[in-house]
Design a protein around this ligand. Structure first.
Ligand code: UD1
Length: 417
């Protein structure tokens, strides 16, 4: 099992180039199944989650050709299976997108409930509600979700909860359904807009992505295209927080600054300076991190996927901070690990109460999920002494070349097996 060994205390300085967005890429890859031709997808992050999505496509019979590390050509025409093997789907959360994509392609999909990070119950009732509204019969038998329809017909779907996954899955199933589908109370994350742009470039008719009402006029055919994935908002935010933690000054390159607004605003509130350029932002760390209040919310609110990282930073703030987790039930499991490093954080239900300490001390810690792992790396970069972060397989699910990127910025970090 891999570990990161971090000697803390180095300021991060320089420029880091952000990779393609994990959460967009894992939606675009299954969407290729809906195409009648070859799709070329560029700017795919080279991480284990996207490799897993490509493996699932291959297991279904798609021809896959890597042009380079970040560009893949996929010919889905010979796909003849609507079943994703359980051992593959259990390895990633976004395997549920194969339900929507296969249902859209074959009117039949069979996929085991998804795996991924464990931060509380991860239901898919809203996905199923959407498939049923489109005319599918959905059953769960021997650990597999089976969705089947004679044909799919557009329908109105009101989501009881803003769900990224349900919004994406219903879009995938509806894009070739007969007639009009309206998703109300839809999620508005940048990767939802990216998926809509990708499908529209293939010939789909999707309007309103990025608002809470998405309208989809079903079409008969989608065509092969070339498309480039948007930059990763959460990877960018993670490097911004790392810069702030170490007292550094870092240019975060290849980003869409608009996607970072909630993160930039919060970092400014606690004392950092963030300058925006066309495709980059530059963050200068505060002399003293001020305490703050963070409320995680669906987009355009502060992203839950940045909650552990900002908590790590606030652990050394001047005063007491409050972080309210409003999206997931159980996303503070990493706090015990941070407290091993000397932070003073108490969790009361969905709130973390963070009494700022002068500094963190290096310790052996374990990442419990992807973003929690990133938070421990940030803590280690700012701590005195040596931190060893165990279970880095979680971190490598979502951060491409994290050791190399941090080393280029001046961090003392290495990976050991
Ligand atoms: C996606 C992201 C994940 C992020 C989350 C929220 C991907 C691959 N993953 O996950 O990193 O943390 O959005 O921004 O893009 N819910 C239901 N019923 C459902 C679906 C969801 O009650 O059918 C609830 C969940 O329990 C959770 C909330 O809705 O409390 C948000 O979940 P959702 O937006 O669906 O998250 P994911 O798509 O799984």
């Amino acid at each position: 099992m891999g570990k990161f060994v971090i000697n803390g205390g180095n300021r991060l300085n320089g420029t880091v180039k952000i990779s393609g967005a994990k959460n967009a890429a894992v939606a675009l890859l299954p969407a290729v199944l809906l195409s009648d031709g070859v799709c070329r997808i560029e700017n795919i992050p080279a991480i284990s989650d996207t490799a897993m999505a490509v493996s699932i496509l291959q297991s279904l019979g798609a021809d896959v050709k890597y042009i380079d590390k970040h560009t893949v050509e996929i010919d889905p025409r010979r796909v003849n299976s609507f079943t994703v093997a359980k051992e593959l789907s259990e390895k990633m959360r976004a395997s549920s997108y194969f339900l929507g994509a296969l249902l859209g392609r074959f009117c039949h999909a069979r996929v085991a409930p998804p795996g991924g990070c464990d931060f509380g119950v991860r239901p898919i009732d809203q996905h199923i509600k959407g498939f049923q509204a489109l005319g599918a019969n959905v059953t769960i038998e021997s650990g597999q979700v089976d969705a089947k329809a004679e044909h799919l017909t557009g329908a109105a779907v009101y989501l009881d909860k803003v769900s990224v996954g349900a919004t994406i899955n219903i879009m995938l199933a509806a894009v070739k359904a007969r007639g009009l589908t309206v998703i109300d109370h839809a999620a508005r994350e940048p990767h939802i807009v990216d998926l809509a742009n990708f499908l529209n470039s293939m010939g789909a008719q999707i309007m309103g992505a990025g608002t809470d009402v998405i309208k989809i006029h079903g079409v008969e055919h989608l065509y092969g295209v070339s498309y480039s994935v948007i930059p990763d908002q959460i990877e960018a935010g993670t490097y911004m927080v790392a810069a702030a933690m170490t007292g550094g000054c870092v240019t975060i390159d290849n980003v869409i600054p608009k996607h970072l607004e909630s993160i930039s605003a919060k970092l400014c509130e606690i004392g950092a300076v963030v300058e925006e350029f066309d495709e980059s932002v530059k963050i200068t760390a505060p002399n003293t991190v001020k305490s703050g209040i963070v409320n995680t919310m669906p987009h355009p609110g502060f992203p839950t996927d940045m909650q552990p990282q900002i908590t790590a930073l606030l652990s050394v703030a001047d005063g007491t901070s409050f972080v309210n987790e409003n999206v997931w039930d159980n996303r503070f499991q990493y706090v015990d690990q941070l407290n091993l490093m000397g932070s003073d954080i108490q969790v009361d239900g969905k709130v973390a109460i963070i009494k700022g300490v002068r500094n963190l001390e290096g310790h052996e810690v374990k990442s419990t999920d992807l973003r929690a792992g990133a938070a421990l790396v940030i803590a280690g970069l700012g701590a005195k002494g040596t931190t060893v972060v165990d279970n880095v397989k979680y971190i490598e699910r979502g951060y491409e070349n994290i050791v190399e990127k941090l080393t280029l910025l001046g961090a003392d970090i290495k990976r050991i097996d």
